[in-house]
Design a protein around this ligand. Structure first.
Ligand code: NAD
Ligand code: ZN
Length: 357
């Protein structure tokens, strides 16, 4: 399989993803007097040996990741640090961390001097298999997630598999959920392959490289056509409308990717009840998804909150929920569905179906 991937962008021409095996060599090559490193504190501590060179560099900003750092105020703090390091328009920012570090650095580099160039070493599975390509940067505002943002891809992405070794199982399952959603927009084979190996993957992260490459390749084909999320890229909302509402009512205690896993299973269940999806295909997909489902049950107590969270989705039209439904593996379709008693009963039915298994 390929060791690098070129992504076409309407913003920057092209940018490249390289799968690297020698981190030290790569870091020493890019460590020149134009580079400023912005690195997640946890990653710096976990890989302190590899980052010796960077640590001794005076051009380094250490950031705290986590959703609470994705704010305007935190970006101002990072910009202040950059100014103290005498940042210039012709410098390049090198981000090292997960999706939060990515969003902060991508956002800052699009507004600082009206744009400075940036490169990215993604260190979480979610960032390696999904967010590192696609050009989006987003930060939160008040209670609104990802309200502010720009399109600003990095010039270069370096994927180093060994970063994945220190991630907890929950982060691996989150990344797997995200990859499953790319795989199911393409067919069933890759989804089945990854779910068959899920227990082995938790202990042997080197198995992930093959899936990361496939996930990025599926995403690449779509974002090259619709980088700005105006048409076909909407298929990647599969599992996300139902998943985001789950994240919201559980106060983000269930990871994004596992929420998306349940979101896909629920979207498929609804699709089956609407007779868009045949029961056999539902079952095939369910057997795959169930290996990554979070512990959760819809009940008379939480269903109202859930429907309410669904009604707030950005993609809704009037009172209708804009959901990506499934007609089978590789066949997703956007539909607007009523937020009514039928939907309520169908979602409760879905939980009864899970319990009965
Ligand atoms: P994150 O960056 O906060 O990382 C999660 C945790 O893992 C943090 O505590 C971090 O310090 C730690 N960590 C990072 N690398 C590690 C490693 N190698 N070993 C051990 N721990 C490590 O979060 P994330 O899950 O990577 O990303 C989630 C964020 O990404 C969300 O804010 C989401 O909105 C955003 N996102 C952005 C895009 C986009 O296109 N811009 C796409 C999807 C998600
Ligand atoms: Zn997602």
């Amino acid at each position: 399989m390929f060791n690098s991937l070129i992504i076409k962008s309407r913003i920057s021409g092209t940018y490249k993803v390289d799968f690297i095996t020698d981190l030290n060599n790569q870091l020493s090559q890019i460590n020149d007097n134009k580079s400023i490193f912005i690195i997640d504190k946890n990653v710096l501590n976990l890989f302190s040996e590899s980052f010796k060179l960077i640590k001794s560099s005076s051009r380094l900003v250490i950031i705290e990741s986590g959703e609470r750092s994705k704010t305007i105020e935190y970006c101002q703090f990072v910009i202040k640090n950059l100014i103290e390091l005498h940042v210039r328009k012709d410098n390049k920012l090198i981000a090292i961390g997960g999706g939060v570090t990515q969003d902060i650095v991508a956002f800052i580099s699009s507004i600082l001097f009206r744009g400075v160039s940036w490169e990215f070493f993604p260190t979480t599975l979610l960032a390696q298999s999904d967010s590192c390509i696609g050009s989006k940067s987003s930060i939160n505002f008040d209670s609104y997630k990802n309200l502010l943002g720009t399109f600003n891809p990095p010039k270069q992405i370096y994927i180093y598999n060994e970063f994945l070794n220190t991630l907890p199982e929950s982060e691996i399952r989150s990344g797997i959920g995200e990859m499953l959603h790319y795989f199911f927009t393409d067919g069933i084979n890759l989804a089945k392959e990854i779910s068959d190996q899920i227990n082995e993957i938790i202990f042997d992260r080197s198995r992930l490289e093959y899936f990361i490459k496939n996930s990025l390749n599926i995403k690449k084909k779509v974002i090259e056509i619709d980088e700005f999320d105006e048409s076909i890229r909407h298929i990647f909302n599969y599992g996300h409308t139902f998943g985001h509402a789950l994240e919201a009512i559980t106060n983000y205690s269930i990871s994004h990717g596992q929420s998306v896993t349940l979101g896909m299973d629920l979207a498929n269940y609804i699709s089956m009840k609407l007779e868009l999806l045949d029961p056999h295909s539902f079952k095939l997909m369910h057997e795959i998804l169930q290996k990554n489902l979070p512990e959760f049950e819809f009940t008379d107590e939480n269903i109202f909150n859930y429907l309410n969270a669904l009604s707030k989705d950005k993609k809704n039209k009037g009172d209708k929920i804009g959901a990506i439904l499934s007609k089978g593996p590789g066949k997703v379709e956007k539909r607007y569905i009523e937020n009514n008693d039928w939907l309520r009963e169908t979602i409760l039915d879905y939980s009864n179906f899970l319990k009965a298994k």
